[in-house]
Design a protein around this ligand. Structure first.
Ligand code: MG
Length: 158
């Protein structure tokens, strides 16, 4: 059995699409990043890599590499979920918290889970929660969005 923890944050800027959990969410700002800036997929990816002891997302998808410019973070998450399988583990559970004042995410969570199932992580083993930061700090000032994620992996039965 392995556990992993992941954290990510990205700046909110005008002129970018807001992509979270593999879906586009209508908002007047989006997350700045070399990839699509999907901080939820990044935090889950880092939790999985942490559980595998395989470094972090920056090691696997360096932001100095043009292949990952504006890349789909969901596609990166799929590669990492495939790595979990290749290393002999299966994902038992993922829990996550997205911290943002706006936009409200509650109405988008089921659609995010459906999108993430495209990366090979079924909706029945993932929890996505949304919280504000009570207007405190950089998330509270709407300068950015942060995400925390944990995962549990089990050895696959052979
Ligand atoms: Mg990131």
């Amino acid at each position: 059995m392995r556990i992993g923890i992941g954290y990510d944050s990205h700046r909110l800027v005008e002129g970018r699409k807001l992509v979270l959990g593999g879906i586009e969410i209508p908002f007047f700002k989006g997350l700045l990043g070399h990839s699509d800036g999907d901080a939820l997929c990044h935090a889950i990816s880092d939790a999985l890599l942490g559980a595998l002891g395989k470094g972090d997302i920056g090691k696997h998808f360096p932001d100095t590499d043009d292949r990952w410019k504006d890349a789909s973070s969901l596609a990166m998450l799929k590669q990492i979920a495939d790595l979990v399988t290749a290393e002999g583990f299966e994902i038992t559970w993922i829990d996550s918290v997205v911290i943002t004042e706006r936009p409200k995410l509650a109405g988008h969570i089921e659609q995010m889970k459906q999108a993430i199932s495209g990366a090979g992580i079924p909706p029945g083993i993932i929890s996505i929660k949304a919280k504000t930061n009570e207007k405190m700090g950089f998330t509270g000032r709407e300068e950015g969005i942060s995400v925390q994620a944990v995962c549990l992996l089990m050895h696959r039965q052979s």
